[in-house]
Design a protein around this ligand. Structure first.
Ligand code: 8YV
Length: 317
C-alpha cells in the first residue's frame, strides 16, 4: 500500500495489519509524480490526496492496483471512469467532513465580511492609535441574502448555519434539494438570479465540465457591487484573472478563498496582494478530529477492498 503523504500511523493501523505500507514522508514536499509512477507499479492500493493526478497513465502502470482511496470528498483528481473500467475501486471520504467544511466556509464568510484578518493584523502591526466610527467597518452578515451554488451536503450544512444568522437563503444546484427547501427555507433559483440577488455568493459545487470557469467576469458583473464571493470548493470553478479584475474594478466588494487553480499558491499571487481578499491554504476539512477520521476511513476502505469486501464509501459515477 502506498500512501502519498505523511499520515498518522495510528489512524492507518488497519493497513499495517494487512500489508506492507510505504509512505511519502516529506511533509514540506508532495510526492513527486515520478515517485508515484514508480510506486504504483507494485502497489495493491494507493492512499492519495487531491494534488495527486490519478490519470490514465498512472492507472495503466498500476497493473496490480485494486483500490485508490482519496483523502477527500472530491475526486476530480482521479479518472474514476477509467479506474472502474480496469476494475479498480475508487473511494472518497464524504459525510465525516461535512460540518467541518461548513464551519470553515461560514467562518471565511464572516472573516471576509467583517474584515477580521485586517483587524487582527491592525493590532499586531501596532497600528491602533485611535478610534474612528468607520475604522475597519465591514459588512453585516445577519439578515442578508446568501446564495449557495452547489446545494449538496456541505452546501446544506452552510445553509443551516445561515439560518442562525437570520439570512435569506437562495441556492442553485443541478437538482432541487427538497430537504433544504422544507427544513431551511432555501429557495431554488437560476444561476444569474442568484448572482444578482445575493449579498454573499458561496460556491460549494464540485468541479465538473459544467462548473469549470463558471465564475467568470460576466458572472461577477452580475453580482452586487457590495457582494462578497466565497469559494470553498475547487479553484477551477473560478476564472482567477476575471475575479481579480472584478475585485480591482469594484464589481464586487471582497472575496474569501480557500481554494485556488494551482495549489499551493505563493504570496505573490495577484489575488493574495489585494486587501479585499482573504486567502486560506485549502483548510476546509482541516480539523484534527476530521482529518483523523478521514485517514481512518481511507484505511478502512482499503482494508475492505483488499479483503474482498465492499468499502464503506465507494465513488460511483
Ligand atoms: C481535502 C477537500 O481533504 O475533501 C475535499 O474534497 O477539498 C479537502 O477536504 C484536502 O484537499 C486534501 O486532499
Amino acid at each position: 500500500i502506498y500512501v502519498t503523504r505523511k499520515c498518522s500511523e495510528e489512524q492507518l493501523q488497519p493497513l499495517y495489519e494487512i500489508a506492507d505500507v510505504e509512505m511519502w514522508a516529506e511533509e514540506e514536499k508532495p510526492c513527486p509524480r515520478e515517485v508515484l509512477l514508480e510506486k504504483v507499479t507494485n502497489a495493491d492500493a494507493l492512499l492519495t490526496m487531491l494534488s495527486d493526478s490519478i490519470d490514465q497513465e498512472l492507472l495503466d502502470k498500476g497493473t496490480q492496483l485494486k483500490v485508490v482511496a482519496n483523502l477527500a470528498v472530491g475526486f476530480d483528481n482521479i479518472n474514476v471512469q477509467y479506474a472502474n473500467e480496469k476494475g479498480i475501486v475508487v473511494c472518497n471520504t464524504p459525510d465525516i467532513l461535512t460540518d467541518t467544511t461548513a464551519d470553515l466556509t461560514f467562518g471565511l464568510l464572516l472573516t471576509s465580511a467583517r474584515r477580521l484578518i485586517e483587524a487582527a493584523d491592525y493590532v499586531k502591526d501596532n497600528q491602533w492609535k485611535s478610534w474612528a466610527p468607520l475604522l475597519l467597518a465591514g459588512h453585516d452578515v445577519h439578515h442578508k441574502t446568501i446564495g449557495i451554488v452547489g446545494m449538496g451536503k456541505i452546501g446544506q450544512a452552510v445553509a443551516k448555519r445561515a439560518t442562525g444568522f437570520d439570512m435569506k437563503i437562495l441556492y442553485h444546484n443541478r437538482t432541487r434539494n427538497e430537504e433544504a427547501e422544507t427544513t431551511l427555507g432555501a429557495k431554488f433559483c437560476r444561476f444569474d438570479e442568484l448572482l444578482t440577488s445575493s449579498d454573499f455568493v458561496v460556491c460549494l459545487a464540485p468541479l465538473t465540465k459544467e462548473t469549470k470557469n463558471l465564475f467568470d467576469l460576466e458572472a461577477f458583473k452580475k453580482m452586487k457591487n457590495t457582494g462578497i464571493f466565497i469559494n470553498a470548493s475547487r479553484g477551477a470553478v473560478v476564472n482567477e484573472e476575471d475575479l481579480y479584475q472584478a475585485l480591482v474594478n469594484k464589481e464586487i466588494a471582497a472575496a474569501g478563498l480557500d481554494v485556488f487553480l494551482h495549489e499551493p499558491i505563493q504570496a505573490d499571487h495577484p489575488l493574495v496582494g489585494l486587501n479585499n481578499v482573504v486567502a486560506f491554504p485549502h483548510i476546509g476539512s482541516a480539523s484534527l478530529e476530521t482529518r483523523y477520521s478521514m485517514m481512518n476511513l481511507c484505511a478502512t476502505n482499503i482494508k475492505a477492498v483488499l479483503s474482498g469486501e465492499e468499502p464503506k464509501t465507494k465513488v460511483t459515477i
